[in-house]
Design a protein around this ligand. Structure first.
Ligand code: GLN
Ligand code: ZN
Length: 756
């Protein structure tokens, strides 16, 4: 009889199947729920999630993955490493924890950044020469005691010291590794206490191992793990989101008790580790996808585990690729989803079930789980053959794409001249990014229509009313290029997804984005196509109200891709091309309807960037191609705009230029036009609209602030190439500040024009 293998997970979603944590945390912020009651809700959720893990036969429950806001921020609190500017004194209490996360009247919040290539955001620790580290048990030990008291075998999971440090922001000139020994003392003290409590394992997450780390950081791993090994607890070092094969040699020598590999992202790395894997170490293989909501091909997973099992015996552990934080809780709640599509999916709870099946198959033989294995195989097979997942005409169209489909008719210089001949815009033309304030009435009208409480005619009338209002306001403000205001859109991806074939929508498929904020990404399950025009009637109506040019407004193929759960049975690049073709048809329909400018929003182009720079060119190649296919079908006279926000672009400027949009509008006001300097140095060839004011706050900037920013822009971009616009859409703003700010913006542009 072969020895038995263990199963575990790296982490579980914390928000609750009904977003209980969101409700409780927000109630606490509003003063409606006391801190002890909030702790009570949290303990209830943890107890439930551990019970689910135990019921699935996992060998340990994972403790430490819970957080009121963010797990990286928990480490900051656990080691009392708050930046001085918050004046919290020695340790971080719950109020201080939230103050850093959300900001105070005196202090802006800690910065937020995307957790690797996910849509989860972590709070960036701030460190410098005066940072101190002091273990504050209260941020972890009570949870460990809770789990132990419930009778669980406990594996504690925490971000590792090098990941926390790498992700921290350092004061200028401060070498982050200088904090390492202090931090190690903290981790060491913590591990010693956990050992005394009876914790079985500690998992230290080091996802930064999948990035391009400099040699001194790689070298630091030896120091860190040799030191921590002395604390007397078996350590599992967890890598994920990418492969770590290039580190295999030294990882094998590290004094850790186990290593976790993400075999979903990097299946090829297994061989490098199976070869002479040390006899005293566990290898944990992540074969269930922690990043997506599809059911696993369990037979295939078992086949890939067979060799590992033969080599490792009971040193093989089986897991999901990464924490289940990135998938929704429970598919069982999705009663409105098409049952056939639902049968192809697995949320976090269902993934626990998959691990249970794998464990029994490995320990008792596949015959013991013949039924669930068969069910999984049937679902995979059904998905593969379902007509909705495979449309031959869509595949054929993608296959037939050629270079010509990515090319506009003429080069930019000729196009812009042809466009100007039609549009007759003044220098420094003014425009906005698309949305105008989404008032309570607009939301109510949309909700009533969606719920079937109002008819289509009423709904269309309400939206047209709003469009009329928005067009009239823009004319009065004197803007040069108008928009219809996007009142019909709840969200820039969902709105289009709902009108495209190949998309499905869940009811409770929430995943945490940051703090209490969750998103419910649509699901691309099949080949994407556009049954009919999506935006044309709104744009046509808006254009009919004015003699000024109306800009059509679409979300781009990359944004549609990255803000959705995407099918895993087709390369993402193929899905992007399908989306591009569907949107290309929309672009052409808008043009045919007399719309002379069309904006294709791509705020997310950076989101698809692979973790390792060596993989960037391949991604950027298909990303640029998808955008160009969307845009390139139009005549020279039709002006293509794109818009990007939230990001730095300097390292991908060649790709941004390769999009070849006639006009790009970008968020620049918060960086005080710094971002624009990169474009100028690169000699970005086409028109640019750098945002003149930040739309994230209700503050109306003074006229001289805006004109100073515009002057800076004029210093680096020739006036003929420059547009004037806000940073982003205005949907989260109110009307009074919107009108005041736009009035100033138009006046600023006019004054500058007079001086040209
Ligand atoms: N057109 C969109 C809007 O104005 C753009 C949104 C975005 O960039 N995220 O709302
Ligand atoms: Zn934007």
């Amino acid at each position: 009889m072969t020895a038995s293998i263990a199963t575990h997970i790296l982490g579980f979603p914390r928000i609750g199947a009904r977003r209980e944590l969101k409700a409780a945390v927000e109630a606490h912020w509003q003063g409606r729920l006391a801190a002890d009651e909030l702790h009570c809700v949290a303990a209830g959720l943890r107890a439930r999630h551990w019970a689910q893990q135990k019921a699935a036969g996992l060998d340990f429950v994972t403790v430490g993955d819970f957080a009121f806001y963010d797990h990286l921020h928990n480490v900051t609190a656990l080691f009392s490493a708050a930046p001085e500017r918050f004046g919290l004194g020695g340790t971080v209490d719950l109020a201080g924890y939230f103050a850093m996360a959300r900001g105070t009247a005196q202090q802006p919040a800690l910065a937020m950044k995307k957790w690797f290539d996910t849509n989860y955001h972590y709070l960036v620790p701030e460190i410098g020469p005066r940072t101190t580290v002091k273990l504050d048990r209260g941020w972890l030990l009570p949870e460990v005691r809770e789990a132990l008291a419930l009778g669980h075998q406990v594996k504690v999971a925490l971000p590792g010291p090098l990941t926390w440090l790498w992700l921290a922001a350092a004061e200028p000139g401060f070498d982050k590794l200088r904090l390492l020994s202090l931090l190690l003392n903290g981790y060491f003290a913590l591990l010693s206490e956990l050992a005394q409590l009876g914790v079985r394992w500690v998992q230290l997450d080091e996802p930064v191992l999948s990035l391009d780390l400099p040699p001194d950081w790689i070298a630091a791993y030896g120091v860190v793990y040799r030191e921590l090994a002395g604390a007397g607890l078996p350590l599992l070092l967890a890598s994920y989101f990418g492969g770590v094969a290039e580190h295999a040699a030294w990882l094998k020598r590290l004094p850790i008790a186990g290593l976790h590999l993400d075999l979903v992202r990097a299946p090829g790395q297994l061989d490098a580790f199976l070869a002479d894997w040390p006899a005293d170490k566990v290898l944990s293989l992540g074969v269930i996808d922690g990043r997506n909501l599809w059911r696993s091909d369990l037979s295939r997973a078992l086949a890939s585990l067979a060799a590992a099992r033969a080599t490792l015996g009971e040193r093989l552990w089986v897991s999901a690729s990464c924490s289940l934080l990135h998938v929704p809780h429970d598919l069982a709640q999705e009663t409105r989803l098409d049952p056939r599509i639902r049968s192809w999916m697995a949320f976090a709870e269902q993934k626990l079930g998959e691990l249970a099946v794998l464990k029994r198959a490995l320990n008792e033989g596949e015959a013991a789980v013949a039924e669930p294995l068969q069910a999984a195989a049937t679902a995979i097979e059904d998905r593969r053959n379902a007509p909705s997942t495979r449309r031959d005409e869509v595949r054929a169209r993608v296959a037939a794409l050629n270079e010509r489909d990515t090319q506009r008719q003429s080069a930019f210089a000729e196009r812009i001249a042809a466009q100007q001949a039609v549009l007759q815009l003044p220098k420094l033309p003014t425009t906005t990014i698309g949305s105008f304030p989404q008032t309570a009435e607009i939301r109510a009208a949309r909700a009533a229509f969606k719920a079937g409480k109002s008819g289509e005619a009423d709904y269309v009338a309400a939206m047209q009313n709003e469009i009329r209002f928005v067009v009239d306001r823009q004319e009065r403000l004197g803007l040069d290029v108008l928009v219809h205001g996007e009142p019909e859109r709840n969200d820039m991806v969902e709105y289009f997804g709902e009108q495209l074939d190949g998309y499905a929508f869940t009811q409770f498929g929430w995943v945490q984005s940051y703090g209490s904020r969750c998103v419910k990404p649509p699901v691309i399950y099949g080949d994407v196509s556009r049954p009919k025009a999506m935006t044309v009637e709104w744009s046509r109506y808006a254009q009919s109200l004015t003699s000024r040019p109306m800009k059509g407004m679409l979300s781009g193929p990359l944004t549609m891709l990255f803000w959705s759960f995407v099918r895993d049975d087709l390369p993402r690049r193929e899905v992007a091309l399908q989306l591009a073709l569907a949107l290309r048809d929309e672009v052409l329909d808008l043009e045919a309807a007399g719309i002379r400018l069309i904006q294709i929003d791509e705020p997310t182009i950076r989101e698809g960037l692979p973790l390792k720079k060596a993989d960037w060119p391949e991604y950027l190649d298909w990303a640029v191609r998808a955008f160009r296919i969307t845009a390139a079908g139009v005549r020279d006279e039709t002006q293509i705009h794109t818009h990007m926000c939230y990001s730095e672009f300097n390292d991908i400027l060649p790709a941004i230029a390769a999009l070849d949009a006639d006009v790009i509008t970008i968020e620049t006001s918060r960086s005080r036009m710094k971002l624009l300097e990169g474009f100028a140095e690169f000699r970005y060839p086409n028109d640019i609209g750098p945002g003149l004011y930040d739309i994230h706050s209700p503050r109306v900037p003074a006229a001289d602030e805006m004109s100073e920013l515009l002057q800076r822009a004029l210093e680096v971009v020739p006036a003929e190439r420059l547009w004037v616009n806000p940073d982003c859409g205005l949907k989260t703003r109110g009307w009074p500040e919107t009108e005041a700010a736009l009035k100033t913006m138009v006046a600023t542009a006019r004054a500058a024009r007079a001086n040209l």
